[in-house]
Design a protein around this ligand. Structure first.
Ligand code: CAA
Length: 368
C-alpha cells in the first residue's frame, strides 16, 4: 500500500442521529404497580421516565432509524462507507449481526466491513474506538464508518432493575471531526466478573446488584486515575466542559463520581460542585429515556456536545458489565454548536405516548 493511502485521517464524529421508541412511562406508575415508595425510584435511583417499545418496535427499528438520521445529516456519499459497526446487547440472532439488518434496511452493501460488537453496555464505545482507530491508522483511507449503539433494556417484572429500564439508539458517522475530534489516547480498564449477564436463551439479565455497583465504581476510579496521571485533578476536571458517563440510572453516576473525587482527594463540596456543573446536565435526555445500555453514554455525549464552542473538551466514561470500561476524550468541532441532532430528541421524546401502570402491564403481558 502506498504511503499516501496509509496517511492517518483527521478523525471524529461528523454526524449524529438519535431515535427513541414511541411510548413512555413515569417511574411513579411502576412504583404504584410494584407497591414501592416512588421516592425510592426518583430520589433513591434518580430515575424519571422510561422509554418503552410498542410491540412493532425492536432494536432493529431503533438502530436503523438512528442510522438513517445520522446518514441524512452527514451528507456524504454512501460509497464512502467502509465500515458498519453496531454495538448492542439486544442481539436478535446468535450469528447474523445486527449491522446486517441495518445495512439491509438502508440499502448499504459493497466494500464494507459490517459486524456487531458485544460487550454489554460497552459495545457501542468499542465500535466507536474501532472505527476511530481504523481511520487513525490510515487503513481507512478516505472511508468513513457508520457506528450504531442501540438497545432495549428490559428486566423481569418485579426485578429491582425494572425502574431503570429504557430504550434508544444513537448513530454516528466516524469521519471528519466536524462535531467532535476523537482524541487518539483513551484509558481502558477491565476485570472479569459476573456482575450482570444474560445466559444464552434467557430473555432477561441476571444481576448481582451490589457487585455491579462496586465494579462500575472501581472501573471509573481506575480510568480517571489513568487519565489524570500526575496532573492536578482539580485543574484537569475544571478544564473539561462536560464529563459524561454511562447512565444505568442517574444515582449510579453520582456514586461513581464521588468515588473518583474521594480518590482524587477532593472534598465533598468540590465533588458536588463538579457533579452539578459538568455531569448532571449531561443526563437530561437519559433521565427521560432510562437505561439504553450501549446507547446510554452516547445519548449523554450527544447532549453534552450540543452548543459547545470548537475546542471545548468532553470526557466520556463507558462501562459494560462483565466488565470492561474505557474513558475517551473528545474535543468539540465547528458543528457542535448548532447541535442539529437535538431535533431527533425533540421529535421522539416529546412526542411519546405516555402509558400508565395498566397499559404497561398489558404490554408486558403481550410481550411475554
Ligand atoms: N426514599 C428515598 N430513597 C430510597 C427509598 C425511599 N423510600 N428507599 C430506598 N431508597 C434508596 C436506597 O437508600 C438506595 O440509595 P443508596 O444506594 O444511595 O443508599 C436506593 O434508593 C436504591 O435502593 P436499594 O439499593 O435498596 O435498591 P435495590 O437493591 O432494590 O435496586 C439496583 C438497586 C441493585 C441498582 C437495581 O436497580 C438493579 O439491579 N439495577 C440493574 C443493575 C445496574 O444498573 N447496575 C449498575 C452498574 S452495572 C451497569 O452499569 C451496566 C448496566 O447498564 C446494567
Amino acid at each position: 500500500m502506498s504511503a499516501h493511502a496509509m496517511a492517518a485521517s483527521p478523525t471524529g464524529i461528523a454526524s449524529i442521529g438519535l431515535h427513541f421508541p414511541s411510548l413512555s412511562m413515569a417511574v411513579e406508575e411502576l412504583a404504584q404497580l410494584r407497591g414501592q415508595d416512588p421516592d425510592k425510584y426518583t430520589i433513591g435511583l434518580g430515575c424519571e421516565e422510561m422509554s418503552i417499545c410498542p410491540p412493532d418496535t425492536s432494536v432493529v427499528e431503533l438502530a436503523t432509524e438512528a442510522a438513517r438520521r445520522a446518514l441524512d445529516r452527514w451528507g456524504g456519499s454512501a460509497d464512502r462507507i467502509g465500515m458498519i459497526a453496531v454495538g448492542t446487547e439486544t442481539a436478535v440472532d446468535m450469528s447474523r449481526p445486527l449491522s446486517a439488518w441495518v445495512a439491509d434496511h438502508l440499502g448499504l452493501k459493497g466494500a464494507i466491513r459490517s459486524y456487531e460488537v458485544k460487550h454489554a453496555c460497552y459495545g457501542g464505545t468499542l465500535a466507536v474506538r474501532q472505527a476511530a482507530e481504523w481511520r487513525m491508522s490510515g487503513a481507512a483511507g478516505d472511508q468513513a464508518a457508520l457506528v450504531v449503539a442501540a438497545d432495549v433494556a428490559m428486566y423481569e417484572e418485579g426485578d429491582p432493575g425494572e425502574p431503570t429500564q429504557g430504550a434508544g439508539g444513537v448513530a454516528m458517522l466516524i469521519d471528519e471531526p466536524r462535531i467532535a475530534r476523537i482524541e487518539p489516547i483513551s484509558y481502558p480498564w477491565s476485570e472479569p466478573h459476573f456482575d450482570f449477564w444474560r445466559p444464552v436463551g434467557e430473555s432477561y439479565p441476571r444481576v448481582d446488584g451490589q457487585l455491579s455497583l462496586d465494579c462500575y465504581k472501581r472501573a471509573a476510579e481506575n480510568c480517571f486515575k489513568a487519565m489524570i496521571g500526575k496532573r492536578d485533578p482539580e485543574a484537569v476536571l475544571h478544564e473539561l466542559a462536560a464529563i459524561c458517563f454511562h447512565v444505568p440510572f442517574p444515582k449510579m453516576v453520582r456514586k461513581a463520581f464521588y468515588r473518583v473525587g474521594e480518590f482524587l482527594d477532593l472534598n465533598a463540596e468540590r465533588i458536588d460542585g463538579f457533579f452539578q456543573e459538568k455531569i448532571y446536565p449531561t443526563m437530561l435526555w437519559n433521565r427521560l429515556c432510562g437505561n439504553a445500555y450501549t446507547a446510554s453514554l452516547w445519548i449523554s455525549v450527544a447532549q453534552a456536545l450540543k452548543g459547545l464552542a470548537a475546542g471545548e473538551r468532553v470526557a466520556a466514561f463507558s462501562y459494560g458489565s462483565g466488565f470492561g470500561a474505557e474513558l475517551m476524550m473528545l474535543e468539540a468541532g465547528p458543528e457542535a454548536a448548532a447541535g442539529a441532532w437535538e431535533q431527533d430528541v425533540a421529535r421522539d421524546l416529546a412526542g411519546r405516548e405516555r402509558i400508565d401502570a395498566k397499559g404497561y402491564s398489558e404490554l408486558r403481558g403481550a410481550k411475554s
